[in-house]
Design a protein around this ligand. Structure first.
Ligand SMILES: Nc1ncnc2c1ncn2[C@@H]1O[C@H](COP(=O)(O)OP(=O)(O)OP(=O)(O)O)[C@@H](O)[C@H]1O
Length: 633
């Protein structure tokens, strides 16, 4: 491009719709801790330096001339400006449009949905959320009325300026290289009237030390344009220091600058492995759930360093079920110039992955032993993800089962471990009973539980979608297999009822009940595979269960919903022969119409108790009406 063309071509681009929404939120944010913008910009600058270091391994000319990476902040009180400059990788024109005009992070999108929902509900934004989760570059519009980004990509002889007031569009134009950093990016914030504090040395230095003290690139601060910058942080890698030199605050600060989250970590795991493989790990379990935890594309976010050079955050350093763990591994065992693809397949990496996984799980186990409250919080945040491991990681299945906590008919508002369950199991109890479903209240009201409750047999109440899957794969815990109480026969006769209820122990199947069952089997043959007397019911008249060997009812619904299986299998209708309604119906064999209405209504009642709808709502309503009218007549 010629000099003349460079000066004239200013292109205006509209922001992607989501960016515009996000910016609107930023500008109208009521969040009081605006300092977070600085951490976001410093973190991007540090990433850019790390990317350069990596690319320079194969092409040393990229960092030629200016080998030491640094981030320099310049204050300009008079001009009400704050500048953040790095000598990292820089951005080409296309990269600017991609990075500063769209939203790449799925977490940011999820965050926006959450914050918008909170706003509609409460009439205001959930300001805390902005504070807890970084929202990247765009957060600078909390403090700036205009932002200029001038960047020159390493190795390029072009420089570009991106400029915006954050109100719907941005402009891009080419600038003369003499106006740009020799390499890297300079971001100039034209501060808002009320953001003057970000030109105070004292304030900015404190914010840097508090928020970004452990960024692995040195940070310098110049008091005014042209002044000699002074070092604020030295950029040494925290993980290379020995544990006893590192305070809890150091770890928390580091976690925050690494993860982009602002919460306190629930757990940190810092160790150096020596021997066959040498590597250092510094990993954290966050104190809160990231928004995109259940995003199917979400993978581990651990960073891989080789001899302190950042290589990739895409190396799957932990299995998928630990995808919430943040942190890094730094090893000297891998060569620096190995491609990312080769690293992925390297046996050294799988050994490291194994080691890191073990250490993280052991740390979680220790927390479970030492601090129930902290562990419960961790479990509430990440239990549903950890349980995926029971399904996916055969080798660690028992370990994960032992770690898992459950609601059950005995847990009240607390949680039970499988060890608790087995410890309190009835004599001779061979199975661990469970019931799966969408929510706890519905499960607690399930008729299928009645017989178990009456006999004091504990049942696990499983409400996460993953539960339906791992229970199929987990053959046993402590010699006991898992058994769904909505599948097959309950066989509760082995457990005695409490003395007070002994009298009504085994339901008597009289001839009239047998007759009713034969009638129901015939009449309901299209809808159910069998009708039988139940020993799992005590209060309800009927319930539905899956036949032995079929899918658990809840799992079948999930698979059907996901289009993985076609059509539902026919359930079994179980009847409580002791129930007064059932007895009354059985006694009315003289009235065919009434009996037919009654068995169809019983079936629909069982469906409703299962959280489903009557198959034919109209016929159901008419039947109900007929029976009502008779009763009232
Ligand atoms: N100083 C910089 N140098 C080079 N590229 C930058 C710089 N600042 C931002 N970018 C580019 O802009 C993109 C968007 O930045 P933003 O902070 O919004 O999200 P992010 O950094 O990708 O997300 P995360 O904070 O989760 O890493 C970055 O991924 C990067 O490509």
């Amino acid at each position: 491009m010629t000099e003349a063309a460079v000066e004239k071509t200013v292109e205006n681009h509209a922001f992607e719709a989501d960016v515009a929404r996000l910016l609107h939120m930023m500008v109208h944010s009521v969040y009081s801790d605006r300092n977070v913008f600085l951490r976001e910009l410093i973190s991007n600058a540090a990433d850019a330096c790390e990317k350069l270091r990596y690319e320079a391994i194969t092409d040393p000319s990229l960092s030629a001339g200016d080998g030491e990476n640094r981030i320099t902040l310049t204050l300009d009180e008079e001009g009400k400006r704050l500048t953040i400059e790095d000598n990292g990788i820089g951005m080409s024109r296309a990269e600017m449009i991609e990075a500063l005009g769209t939203i790449a992070r799925s977490g940011t999108r999820a965050f926006m949905e959450r914050i918008e929902a909170a706003r509609t509900e409460k009439g205001e934004q959930d300001a805390q959320l902005i504070g807890q989760f970084g929202v990247g570059f765009y957060s600078c519009f909390m403090v700036a009325e205009k932002v200029d980004v001038v960047s020159r990509r390493a190795g390029s002889d072009e420089a570009w300026r991106w400029s915006s007031d954050g109100k719907g569009s941005y402009a891009i134009d080419a600038v003369d290289v003499s106006e740009a950093p020799a390499r890297g990016t300079r971001i100039t914030l034209h501060l808002l009237e009320d953001a003057g504090t970000y030109t105070s040395r004292w304030t900015v230095e404190k914010i840097i030390k508090d928020q970004s003290g452990h960024v692995p690139v040195p940070i310098l601060l110049a008091e005014k344009p042209g002044a000699e910058p002074a070092r604020v942080t030295d950029g040494t890698a925290l993980w290379t220091r020995s544990k006893n030199e590192i305070s809890a605050e150091d770890y928390t600060d580091f976690y925050r600058s690494l993860s982009g989250q602002y919460d306190d970590p629930a757990l940190n795991v810092h160790f150096r492995a020596e021997g066959r493989h040498e590597y250092t790990t510094l990993a954290f379990v966050p104190g809160s759930q990231p928004f995109d935890m259940f995003d199917p594309d979400r993978r581990g976010r651990m960073k891989l360093y080789v001899k302190r050079v950042f290589i990739t955050d895409d190396a799957d350093l932990v299995p998928r079920y630990l995808r919430f763990v943040r942190g890094l591994v730094d090893t000297s065992d891998l060569p620096l110039n190995m491609s990312r693809e080769m690293i992925q397949e390297s046996p050294i990496l799988s050994a490291i992955r194994k080691g890191v996984t073990s250490r993280v799980l052991t740390a979680i186990e220790k927390l479970a032993e030492s601090d129930t409250e902290a562990f419960t919080k961790l479990w509430e945040n990440f239990g549903p993800v950890l349980k995926e491991g029971i399904y996916e990681d055969f080798e660690r299945r028992s370990q994960l089962l032992a770690l898992s906590r459950f609601r059950s008919t005995s847990s009240g508002e607390g949680y039970r471990s499988l060890a608790d369950y087995v410890g309190d199991a009835k004599e001779g109890q061979r199975a661990i009973y469970y019931l799966t479903g969408g929510n706890l209240d519905q499960l607690r009201a399930s008729p299928q539980l009645e017989g178990f409750r009456a006999r004091g047999v504990e049942v696990l109440l499983l409400t996460d979608s993953i539960d339906s899957f791992w229970v199929m794969n987990a053959p046993e815990f402590d010699g006991k297999s898992f058994k769904s109480i909505t599948q097959g026969s309950a066989d509760l006769s082995q457990f005695a009822k409490p003395e007070s209820e002994q009298a009504e122990n085994k339901p008597e199947t009289t001839a009239v009940i047998d007759d009713l069952i034969t009638f129901a089997k015939l009449r309901l043959t299209d809808a159910v595979s069998d009708v039988r007397v139940s020993d799992r019911l005590t209060e309800s008249a009927v319930c539905l269960v899956a036949f032995e060997g079929g899918y658990d009812r809840q799992l079948e619904k999930i698979l059907q919903g996901a289009g993985r299986i076609e059509g539902a299998s026919k359930p079994v209708l179980e009847i409580n022969a002791d129930h007064s309604l059932v007895k009354a119906i059985a006694a009315r064999s003289d009235d065919e119409t009434l009996r037919e209405d009654a068995v169809l209504l019983l079936l629909d009642q069982a469906r409703i108790l299962d959280g489903d709808k009557p198959e034919e709502p109209r016929a159901f309503a008419e039947r109900l009406q007929r029976v009502f009218e008779r009763a009232l007549r």
